[in-house]
Design a protein around this ligand. Structure first.
Ligand code: 4AD
Ligand code: MG
Length: 446
């Protein structure tokens, strides 16, 4: 691996170690005296020097192009920092072989990539497999892996147990309009919208639980932050009150960010992608839905609802309004206590104001909502009533209803969109840039 530091380096006086390395060409410069290659693999970059002569005059050397795969042999040497070689070292090549050549048309694509390509561009999306070869696109994927690992470690430290609920289901969670339906041996079934209901059924035996699974939404609009398939970090906490849920959310987000920034490798990806990123300061701002409505109306000019009118209690806060509010306030916001009518059937009502729910959206600058969570209705009769009010037949939910029958408890949880979390941390224009191969309306390839 090109980031391997376990090699003795020569410096001209002392002989270095003769090594064999594999990699692909990131870029190269053929000069009169020598050809310089920046060789890359998934781990690092190594500068290689081929002295002019037999090495640079052969057919293979004439075929060098971006992404050409090579094996090279040579002596690894220390170079002065002034030369700005990666890790201050250089490979003096004495033999090499091309393993896989590459047509030079790739340069056009990856050049476009490194100049911050348009993530909506169909050509870019068709060539996603090549776009991923670029430095920025691959840094986002490396950061994504680091974030997933940070969640795993943080939940472990908090003693949350990881579970893996099914993706093939026969119940909806977040409304029928975004269900992906399919034929399950002759029966109607769906791709899951959220693992929440399943998480709620196992806190009794496993304690606090979490999962990192795919969720699916048949979203019929093209926005910066909606995907058809996304990675969903979800957790469910037993024996808590609403304030405990908010505190936990602040804690998990802060700890995950700490883990990323405290590790020099992952911190470097953040630095490359979002040099201005700052860890959010605690406590996060808390704002009730009713106050947000007022805040929007009080702006000059007012930020209007989807019909172009002033917001009234009960209105959905649309994506654009929500993002403008978050961008103006420019720090994380816990937006709480949404009206019952605009939230999911399972959310617990606020005992002090039955018009609203004990619910929270976490909003981040640049993205808006990255988390949706709530306390859950824990009373049996109330839940049966809620199914009715929402026009949901309760039979398929018998296992979920039973949570309220066998030792019900005050509990709550949340779902965090991993792609949106990354769009926030890595300052990406859309969540499409944070997936390996994004899926959204009109796109199911490559
Ligand atoms: O707000 P949502 O719909 O809440 C739920 O699904 C709850 N059942 C979660 C729970 O309490 N366990 O979705 C949660 C989060 C959103 O805040 C957003 O970050 C992300 O999931 N999300 C999407 N991300 C990308 N594309 C979409 N179409 C998304 N829909 C939701
Ligand atoms: Mg939501």
């Amino acid at each position: 691996k090109l980031n391997n530091k376990d090699v003795t380096l020569g410096d001209g006086e002392i002989k270095g170690t003769r090594v064999k390395v594999y990699g692909r060409i990131l870029n190269f410069r053929a000069q009169k005296s020598a050809t310089f290659l920046d060789l890359k693999d998934g781990y690092g970059v190594l500068q290689c020097v081929l002295q002019a002569g037999d090495l640079t005059k052969c057919y293979d050397a004439l075929m060098f192009a971006q992404e050409t795969a090579l094996v090279l042999y040579g002596e690894l040497r220390k170079v002065p920092p002034a030369q700005k070689a990666p890790d201050n070292r250089e490979l003096h090549v004495d033999y090499f072989k091309v393993l896989g050549s590459a047509p030079s048309d790739l340069d056009a694509i990856s050049n476009k990539v490194s100049r911050q390509q348009d993530p909506w561009d169909a050509q870019m999306l068709d060539n996603r497999h090549l776009v991923l070869r670029g430095e920025n696109a691959s840094a986002v994927m490396k950061l994504r892996e680091a974030v997933e690992m940070a969640f795993i470690d943080t939940y472990r430290e908090m003693e949350f147990r990881k579970v893996s609920p099914p993706a093939m289901v026969q119940t909806q969670v977040e409304g029928g309009s975004t269900l992906f339906k399919y034929d399950y041996y002759g029966e109607e079934a769906y791709l899951t919208q959220s693992s929440q209901l399943y998480l709620e059924t196992v806190i009794q035996s496993l304690g606090n639980v979490w999962c990192l699974e795919k969720s699916f939404r048949a979203e019929r609009s093209l926005t910066r932050r909606h995907l058809s398939e996304y990675s969903h970090v979800e957790a469910e906490l037993d024996f808590i009150e609403f304030d405990d849920l908010l505190e936990h959310l602040e804690e998990i987000i802060s700890l995950v960010v700490d883990k990323i920034l405290n590790n020099p490798v992952s911190a470097a990806y953040v630095k490359l992608l979002n040099p201005d990123f700052q860890k959010p300061s605690r406590p996060f701002m808390r704002m009730k839905y009713a106050d947000a409505i007022e805040w929007l109306n009080k702006q000059d000019p007012p930020i209007l609802n989807e019909e172009g009118n002033l917001h009234v209690f009960g209105d959905d806060i649309a994506e654009a309004a929500e993002r403008r509010m978050t961008d103006i306030i420019n720090r994380p916001i816990f937006l709480t206590h949404f009206p019952v009518e605009i939230k999911a059937f399972y959310m617990k009502k606020d005992p002090n104001d039955l018009r609203v729910t004990e619910s929270v959206d976490v909003l981040m600058p640049g993205v808006g909502e990255i988390v949706g969570g709530s306390m859950r209705m824990d009373d049996y009769d109330e839940l049966i009533e809620a199914y009715k009010k929402n026009g949901i037949g309760h039979e398929p939910y018998y296992w979920y209803t039973d949570v309220r029958k066998y030792g019900s408890s005050p509990h709550g949880g949340y779902g965090l969109g991993l792609e949106r979390f990354l769009a926030w941390m890595a300052n990406r224009h859309t969540v499409r840039e944070t997936c390996l191969y994004p899926r959204f309306m009109g796109r199911c390839k490559p």
